[in-house]
Ligand binder design. Structure first.
Ligand SMILES: *Cc1c(COP(=O)(O)O)cnc(C)c1O
Length: 370
């Protein structure tokens, strides 16, 4: 078997010749940042592509999330998932908010709505769910809980670019959603992100917060930060948008190849395709069962020996890191499903130009592993 390296992900790059004319225009205009023409064009075309009305671009997803929490003026406690990338909870701590971890659903690996209410206290101001791996949360159930308890909902939709559930795009839901356009994500601007909001008034507030709170030359109304996306980053997004459907379709072919191959391998379980969901195939997570000859870490090491890189997303759980582990809600007994899933999960390589032959090579390593 060939031993050529396979990365777990590779950035999606548009043709260079479609990016370079943007660079030339930026040089000629000397407009480098501060809501220039590339920024404006990307903001409107991307919103249209995603089927959302109000969007504010950011320099990264973490900044977008921290600003989203500021925009809603959240305080006290926010209920969130331990099964995510560390940025989800770090954004709460940076806002002086106490994360309260609630357990996940064993099928979707998203916050389990039936557990959320037990975590609500008089200090709770919001719920911060994650559409993990781009699989939609139970938006209707979360919305219902939020409405009954007068809570805000901020979706960390960093994985959910262009994802739809049976009611359309998942991105316009809740009070705010944030996206990440980091190099490793389905759609990237090198670094970048966005907040999606419900109305023009909120967009104005967010735009203000991302530009130091400056209203005009002599008026600063609010203690904002710097979340602006530069023109070169926006140009990357514009060049990429022309090819994003094709890139997602290629990811879909990788996904289909894995699903077909894994049907014949006992002990490895693929997360089910959710009904009426339009996926972006952002990740390919599998669960390693007791009836597979290797443990999860055994698979990780075995594939690495064959030059195949994988990621144990999301192990360790956020709740296990030292900033969070002293919290009462971080106890493993409070998070039995997340704790078990973190031991079993492994994400296989997936990106648009991953050759299907490489997928077959990965599948044959998994088939022959002992
Ligand atoms: C990538 C990611 C982020 C952070 O986005 P950046 O653009 O890298 O700052 C936040 N949450 C989740 C779930 C992510 O995967």
């Amino acid at each position: 078997m060939s031993n050529q390296k396979i990365f777990v992900t590779q950035p999606f790059l548009p043709p260079l010749e479609e990016f370079l004319p943007h660079v030339k225009e930026i040089w000629e205009s000397k407009y480098l940042t501060n809501g220039g023409p590339k920024h404006q064009l990307l903001e409107t075309t991307l919103a249209e592509y995603l089927g959302v009305e109000h969007m504010a671009l950011f320099n990264n997803g973490t900044n977008a999330l921290m600003t989203a929490l500021q925009a809603l003026e959240l305080t006290g406690e926010v209920i969130t998932t331990p099964f995510s990338f560390i940025a989800t909870s770090n954004a709460l701590l940076w806002n002086g908010i106490k994360p309260v971890f609630s357990d996940i659903d064993p099928i979707t690996l998203n916050l389990d709505p039936s557990r959320i209410e037990a975590a609500i206290t008089p200090q709770t101001t919001a719920i911060l769910p994650v559409h993990c791996y781009g699989n939609p949360c139970d938006i209707a159930a979360i919305n219902d809980i939020a409405r009954r308890h007068n809570l805000k909902v901020v979706y960390d939709a960093a994985h959910a670019f262009a994802v739809h559930d049976k009611n359309g795009s998942v991105l316009g839901k809740g009070d705010l959603s944030i996206l990440s356009f980091h190099a490793t994500k389905v759609f990237n601007t090198f670094e970048g992100g966005a907040i999606i909001c419900q109305n023009a008034e909120m967009k104005k507030k967010i735009d203000n917060l991302k530009n130091f709170g400056i209203e005009d030359e002599v008026t600063v109304s609010i203690a904002g930060a710097n979340g602006k996306m530069s023109e070169i980053h926006a140009a990357m997004g514009l060049a990429q948008l022309n090819h994003i459907n094709e890139a997602i379709a290629q990811r879909g072919q990788v996904d289909a190849r894995y699903r077909a191959g894994l049907r014949n391998i006992t002990g490895l379980t693929v997360l089910p395709k959710l009904n009426q969901t339009v996926s972006n195939y952002a990740y390919f997570p599998i669960l390693v069962g007791d009836n597979y000859p290797l443990s999860r870490d055994g698979i990780y090491n075995c594939l690495a020996e064959h030059g195949i890189r994988t990621r144990r997303y999301f192990y360790p759980l956020i709740s296990e890191f030292p900033m969070y582990s002293p919290l009462e809600s971080a106890a493993a007994e409070n998070l039995p499903v997340a704790t078990q899933m973190a031991q079993r999960i492994i994400c296989l390589p997936i990106y648009p130009d991953l050759p299907l032959d490489d997928v077959d090579r990965i599948l044959s390593v998994l088939t022959l592993a002992k």
